[in-house]
Structure formats: structure tokens, C-alpha cells
Design a protein around this ligand. Sequence first.
Ligand code: ADP
Length: 165
Amino acid sequence: MTKISAAVFPGSFDPFTNGHLDILTRSLKIFDRVILGVLHNPSKNTLFSVDERAVLIREVCQPFGERVEVQPFSGLLVDFVKKTNTRVILRGLRAISDYDYETQMALMNRHLNEEIETLFLVTSEQNSYVSSTLVKQVATLGGSISTLVPPSVEKALRKKLGART
Ligand code: ADP
């Protein structure tokens, strides 16, 4: 059996937060390479387009060099994972509230493709209350998000929200 050196970290990343960065950084201690799959789901109303999200993540992940690749995708996650020639889906867990949804997704993905495993990584306490949804709400109401997202994401959020008002 060949050693697994790459994994896929999929998500909406609308926008990419310090919580996502936490999971990505941890995963790079295990895997040589991580492919960040940015989900394009036309039925989901996102603040940033899939291309905007990918550009932002590439900027944040620049220090990791070639170890991190950012790829937008749509359709079934297991199909995307198969196309990347990897077999591991990485997901982050914050609190017990994530567990139900995440295990349901993991079992469904296993049902769709037995060869692919889902690996959960637990975030640090300081990021355990960070979510893209909350970050957007706080930013919309003028609260500080500087410790919740990378600086370039904060800038992009301010610009986007400023443009909408
Ligand atoms: P999705 O719509 O696929 O859930 P998200 O961008 O919300 O996309 O999340 C992508 C992954 O990152 C999920 O596994 C989610 O649990 C995880 N995640 C989100 N925020 C955090 C955080 N603060 N700490 C750890 N994991 C997180």
C-alpha cells in the first residue's frame, strides 16, 4: 500500500477564517500536500463568488508554497477527490454540534465511495467559536474581526460589505 501524502480539505470558505487556517496548518503536519477544494454550489447564496474565494485563499496560503493547492470544484465531493488522485477528505471539528452533520456527510461519502476516508481534525480553543457565518454577521454590524480572519480576508470583507451598503 502506498503512503498517502496528499489530502483534500473541502469547504465553502465564504470567507476563509483563522479556523480554516488552523485546520490547514495542522493537516500539513501530517500530509505533504493539501488540496483546498472550494465548493461552487449554485444553489447556495455566498457572499463571495467561487473565484473571489479561491483568489483570497491563494493569497493567504502563499507562505505554504507548493504544499497547498487551491481548486474550485462543483458536484459530488467524492468525484472531485477521485480526480485529484487522493483518498482522504479532511474536515474540521469545533464543538460537538459539528459532529452530527460531519459524521452524516462522512458516512454518505463512504456510501458513495468506499475507498475514500474522512479524517477529522480538532481546532484550537481560540478558533472553536469562529465560523464564516458569524464572521460575516459581526463584520456587517461593524464589530472587530481582526483576530478571526487573516488580514487580507478582513480587507476583502470590509470592501465587499462597504460596496453593498
Ligand atoms: P462547509 O459548507 O463545507 O461546511 P465551511 O467553509 O463552513 O464549509 O467549513 C469547511 C470545514 O472547515 C468544515 O469541516 C468545518 O467544520 C471546518 N471549520 C469551519 N470553521 C472552523 C473552525 N473555526 N475550526 C475548525 N474547523 C472549522
